[in-house]
Design a protein around this ligand. Structure first.
Ligand SMILES: Cc1ncc(COP(=O)(O)OP(=O)(O)O)c(N)n1
Ligand SMILES: Cc1ncsc1CCOP(=O)(O)O
Ligand SMILES: [Mg+2]
Length: 208
């Protein structure tokens, strides 16, 4: 299946953080229904991260999932990722398109409906929308609350989007009820005793 079609069906996006047993946990999460894995490694260099990126890509391919890289378009290219996630402070969507080609999956962060509409005009394929709640994973992220999720749901944007920031098994029900069609999570899955079960439970809260 083409990457775009897989994205259209995607509901659960796992963003990674650095940990020793990351690959095992990602594999379990994929068994539980994660559709997209985003490698987010803020501290190590591209050269250090590249072997891990290539291994995670393989794991994702085996499970029919998409593999993407946070921030670094060149790392996405070198690792053969399906795409890249770019925040408002990162490079433009057009640059990713130039380097990765028309079939690549390019995501953009959006903290409001206007930002989201602009990202769509710029050619983003999906959006990460938040931060919904405060989160220790990204302590400096601006917190927007469930109001943003309701506004985004009303805006009916033409691309998939994922609520991010403090989405956990405790909060996910109200995030889904506010209209989120998908979740992007770190701790809810990677910190779980059983990441496979955690992914499955999150997935069950979202539309088919
Ligand atoms: C799916 C998704 N949504 C939002 C983000 C945050 O991106 P950004 O604002 O660039 O922050 P960093 O992740 O780079 O710290 C994301 N990574 N994924
Ligand atoms: C990368 C990112 N961007 C906004 S919040 C966030 C971190 C989400 O982490 P968690 O799911 O552990 O709250
Ligand atoms: Mg970024």
């Amino acid at each position: 299946m083409e990457a775009r079609e897989r994205l259209r069906r995607a509901r659960l996006l796992l963003v990674t953080d650095p940990r020793d047993d990351l690959e095992e946990r990602v594999e379990a999460a994929l068994r539980g229904g994660v559709d997209i894995v985003q490698l987010r490694e803020k501290r190590a260099s591209r050269e250090e991260v590249l072997p891990l990126a290539r291994r995670l890509r393989e794991v994702c391919l085996r499970h029919g999932a998409l593999f993407t890289v946070n921030d670094d378009i060149e790392l996405a290219r070198l690792s053969g990722a399906h795409g890249v996630h770019l925040g408002q402070e990162d490079e433009p969507v057009a640059r990713a398109r130039e380097v990765l080609g028309p079939g690549a999956v390019v995501g953009r962060s959006a903290g409001g409906v206007e930002e989201a509409r602009r990202a769509v005009r710029e050619g983003a394929d999906y959006l990460g929308v938040g931060s919904v709640y405060p989160t220790p994973t990204k302590p400096d992220a601006e917190v927007r609350g469930l109001g943003l999720i309701r506004e985004m749901a009303r805006a009916a944007l033409p691309v998939p989007w994922f609520a991010i920031g403090g989405v956990t098994l405790e909060t996910a029900g109200e995030v889904a009820a506010a209209g989120a069609p998908g979740f992007a999570v770190v701790r809810a899955v990677l910190d779980a005793e059983d990441p496979e079960e955690a992914a499955r439970s999150l997935r069950a809260l979202l539309p088919a």
